[in-house]
Write a protein that binds this ligand. Structure first.
Ligand code: GLN
Length: 321
């Protein structure tokens, strides 16, 4: 017996008009606050531990550069692992597939700073968004450009149109002071010849990269090339459409560490989190989002941030699925 499709509702994706996304954000801000679940800020460095977990900001950028937001959407915060997306995009744009010799593309199922898989897998990290994989990417960017962190800052400034985006030297210094685990990862991979630069130089570049401060508005705009099939704000090509699709795919499967399956289930978008409490997400062809709230869950993802993105895709119907 055949069922007629008369109960299928109109596609909510196309029903969302530009102006209405602003109203959706206001509703999400209220609903997220009402949940009253904020998690706890990252405590591995004092500068992040002091953040107020009730702070919340969210921005949406459209492919034409229109951006709007709610709450603390213009407040700079520590971008941390969100910068890993931009590092990967730069390396792919400079030399394409070569990076996959040193890093895989599989979800790790392990915490972002885990060491355990590396020995079994001969010093080749699972993916570019766990710390070990990001160290390989930054190492390659350092070799290719001589200034990995500077290139990432430059890309963020250009794509957001905000020329004051910068490193936070005190955060970078604090990361270095508490960097034993990242140093262990880097040295271990160097023992497999999977790191080319001197480990201290690589760690300095990585900690500078992680210390970049930017706002939800900045990061939603800066990620726009991922919604525009690789095209930058000035119309030039950063990534091919295929590479942009690949970066989005890796964000979906690996962007929130060992919670990537749950994030895909709840949010249904490519996303990348950082321990500063930010998360960027991409609706290819439609918009990019960034949400920030410093309280984290035990896997290092912003509690209110994931909840807000969950509500966004539920309310708008926007998703890659
Ligand atoms: N700087 C942090 C670290 O390397 C970044 C980790 C993260 O944001 N998940 O430990």
């Amino acid at each position: 017996m055949h069922h007629s499709p008369r109960h299928i509702r109109p596609d909510t994706v196309t029903a969302v008009a530009t102006g209405r996304l602003g109203a959706v954000l206001e509703r999400i801000e209220k609903e997220t606050a009402a949940l009253g679940e904020w998690g706890s800020p990252a405590d591995y460095i004092p500068l992040l531990a002091g953040a107020d977990p009730r702070r919340f900001g969210m921005a949406v950028a459209e492919p034409d550069g229109t951006v709007y937001g709610v709450g603390d959407w213009r407040t700079p915060f520590s971008a941390q692992s969100i910068t890993k997306v931009f590092a990967l995009a730069l390396v792919l744009s400079l030399e394409g597939e070569r990076i996959w010799q040193g890093v895989g593309r599989e979800p790790s199922g392990n915490p972002f700073n885990s060491l355990v898989q590396l020995e079994y897998e001969n010093g080749i990290p699972r993916n570019p968004f766990i710390n070990a994989g990001a160290l390989v990417v930054t190492d390659r960017l350092q070799t290719l450009t001589g200034d990995a962190a500077g290139r990432i800052r430059e890309l963020l400034r250009a794509e957001s149109g905000n020329p004051v985006i910068d490193f936070t030297p005190a955060v970078a210094a604090s990361e270095a002071a508490h960097g034993a685990r990242n140093a262990a990862l880097a040295h271990f991979m160097a023992s497999y010849s999977n790191i080319a630069n001197p480990v201290p130089d690589l760690l300095a570049a990585y900690f500078r990269q992680c210390s970049i401060e930017a706002s939800c508005a900045d990061l939603a705009l800066a990620a726009g090339f991922l919604a525009r099939r690789g095209v930058r704000t000035d119309g030039s090509v950063l990534l091919t459409p295929s590479q942009a699709k690949q970066v989005n795919a890796i964000m979906l499967t690996c962007g929130t560490y060992d919670a990537a399956g749950d994030f895909a289930y709840r949010v249904g978008l490519p996303g990348k989190s950082g321990v500063g409490g930010g998360i960027i997400a991409v609706v290819p062809g439609v918009c990019t989002l960034c949400v920030w709230s410093p309280g984290l869950d035990r896997r290092g993802n912003s509690v209110a941030g994931v909840a807000a993105l969950d509500r966004f895709t539920t309310l708008t119907g926007l998703s890659v699925f």
